[in-house]
Ligand binder design. Structure first.
Ligand code: GCB
Length: 592
């Protein structure tokens, strides 16, 4: 995947696509010694042996064995390829994400395998197809290891059953979580498009290059920039080039401009010597430039202040499966509350979600699945770097991605983390110098080894929760001291990437007490005081509360039905805190 592009499948004059979403056959059994032979048993004696795609599988069956299944499961379905695809086209299969690893067999032959969940992969399968019905079989494995991103390990419980352990608190959902497509390209095709933009006054400069795969000898390029009204505003005809757009509609974050999230389209066409269109791909993009220094981050020259959240892809029954009603509801709530940003904690989110952020002007801290990295080793480093390569390939052209988050709560207090993060940060910098990078760190600035490699210092801090639970008056001194410490040590902008308190909706206690709605609001009020003091110092660039919504965790006696630090319930209804945060965020945006 590192070698080729991973463009989202889009229909065009030269490309078609078919969805393979729907009900797939499903089995927890992989047929013992030869899993490649396909389906045998059922989910259990009475569950339906069908599984919706996209969805996580864990919360669909009724048995514990299915929910907490360790090891491989099987998905299978059949499909037909239209005759019209069989002439001179390449036929591909593409998975938006399979957690955690996948082996994909087409008619019994291995087509592609992939590890690292939350990232897309594709393979050309033309030669594996028959004229009749085809079978696609996917072996999905949720097992995490000491070198996977994220890490996990297997323990043996009393009684002998094996169990997957992990240090992060979100439930380790597995399955085919995102859409599956069949699509076509011509024999010679656009494999990737790279777009970067810069801004000077009202003029945007669009620098692009196109990677072509295939063997057609003479190709010319027709490259057009098309605005929202479908008007072609500029053209070029090279495999790479720079296009100037005077009076450009710049991409602005939500509430920073009356017209946030403005997207243009870059239409690239390959043209043959005889003037035929060989391939055509239309790529949305925004014109904006990010800048940063020791005290600020700017978009198009204007400093930003981040009002946001950490989030999860999580909902009842579907787990991490892409759910269109849910993601639109979420973005309606994000707009309602006046946020302008979120972090894709703790892994890359679906491309369909990222499309919304691009369109709405929501700034994204785009995070790889590296959560709580520890026991540093070389294979882990290689996988961590690969997760960044694949994320960069997928999201490089997205205007919403303003910061790369290269890890969450890694063990950066350990001396060996220094070399490790030197390499990880150099890796992302080697292919992107247009965006700043951060880590959401939880160990103190005084013991940290990572800040020297970062552009922005992300601070996760649970004052009055994990630290002095319930003691509200400790919040201002602790938060101010920690953020000042980070800034003084490294002279870089500081952003609070997590703070919060678990809260049961409808639980009210006076005087305030942990887990009550009153406590969550009071905890926030103290943080706002701290943030305002920090803002006055000129290098504090934002606040992101943990979490947007309640989410499912593994079994844990510190959690009541999951992590309840949401502003919204898992059903996406507001707690008192959501109304309180809304006042703050709209005031900060100076619109209320
Ligand atoms: C953290 C983690 C996050 C947890 C949160 C919590 O520091 O980054 O994944 O969910 O704390 O609520 O404990």
């Amino acid at each position: 995947y590192a070698e080729s592009g991973i463009l989202y499948p889009r229909e065009s004059a030269t490309r078609e696509k078919l969805s393979l979403d729907g009900l797939w056959y499903f089995s927890l059994s992989t047929n013992g010694s030869n899993p490649r032979e396909g389906l045998t048993g059922n989910v259990n004696d009475h569950d339906v042996a069908l599984m919706p795609v996209p969805s996580s599988f864990n919360d669909i069956p009724t048995s514990l064995g299915a929910r907490d299944h360790l090891g491989a499961v099987l998905y299978e379905r059949t499909f037909l390829v239209p005759n019209s695809w069989k002439s001179d086209k390449k036929i591909w299969i593409r998975f938006g994400s399979v957690c955690y690893s996948a082996e994909v067999y087409i008619n019994g032959k291995l087509a592609v395998s992939h590890q690292i969940g939350h990232l897309p992969f594709a393979a050309e399968i033309t030669s594996l197809l028959t004229d009749d019905e085809n079978t696609v079989r996917v072996i999905v494995d949720t097992t995490l290891t000491s070198t996977s991103i994220p890490q996990g390990s297997i323990s043996t419980l009393p009684g002998g059953r094996k169990k997957l352990d992990y240090t992060f608190d979100f439930f380790n959902y597995g399955g085919i979580d995102r859409p599956v497509f069949l699509y076509t390209t011509p024999q010679t095709y656009i494999d990737d498009i790279h777009i970067t933009t810069t801004v000077e006054g009202n003029t945007g400069t669009v620098a692009y290059w196109v990677d072509v795969a295939g063997s057609l000898p003479t190709i010319t390029y027709k490259v057009e920039v098309i605005d929202k009204n479908k008007k072609v505003v500029a053209t070029n005809n090279g495999a790479n080039g720079e296009i100037k757009i005077a009076n450009a509609n710049l991409w602005w974050p939500y509430l920073m401009d009356d017209n946030p999230g403005y997207l243009y389209t870059l239409r690239v066409q390959l043209v043959s010597a005889t003037n035929n269109i060989i391939d055509s791909y239309s790529h949305p993009f925004g014109i904006r430039q990010i800048g940063w220094d020791s005290t600020s981050v700017t978009i198009n020259g204007r400093p930003i202040y981040i009002r946001g959240f950490g989030r999860h892809e999580d909902s009842d029954i579907r787990g991490k499966g892409l759910d269109l009603p849910l993601i639109i509801r979420d973005h309606n709530l994000i707009k309602w509350i006046g946020a302008n940003a979120y972090r894709t904690s703790h892994y890359p989110y679906a491309e369909e979600i990222m499309d919304l952020a691009d369109r709405l002007g929501i700034m994204i801290l785009d995070e790889v699945p590296a959560v709580n990295t520890e026991n540093y080793n070389n294979d882990l480093l290689e996988n961590h770097k690969r997760s960044l390569t694949e994320l960069y390939k997928r999201d490089k052209n997205r205007p919403s991605v303003v910061i790369w988050s290269i890890a969450n709560e890694p063990r950066t207090q350990l001396a060996e983390s220094e070399d490790y993060y030197r390499h990880v940060s150099a890796h992302i910098k080697s292919f992107d110098q247009t965006r700043p990078i951060t880590i959401a760190n939880c160990y103190g600035y005084d013991v940290d080894h990572s800040g020297q490699f970062l552009d922005i210092l992300g601070v996760n801090k649970y004052a009055s929760w994990y630290e002095y639970p319930g003691e509200l008056d400790t919040i201002v001194p602790k938060v101010v001291e920690q953020c000042e410490g980070w800034h003084k040590k490294y002279n870089k902008p500081v952003l609070v990437t997590e703070y919060g308190a678990d809260t049961l909706e409808g639980y009210h206690v006076l005087p305030t007490y942990v887990w009550s709605e009153e406590f969550q609001v009071k905890m926030m009020a103290q943080h706002f005081k701290a943030f305002d003091q920090l803002r006055a110092q000129g290098w504090f660039i934002g606040e992101m509360i943990w979490n947007f919504a309640d989410f499912k965790t593994g079994n844990d006696v510190r959690r009541v039905g999951g992590n309840k630090k949401g502003m919204f319930t898992r059903e996406r209804q507001p707690k008192d805190s959501a109304h309180f945060l809304r006042k703050r965020y709209w005031n900060l945006a100076r619109k209320l």
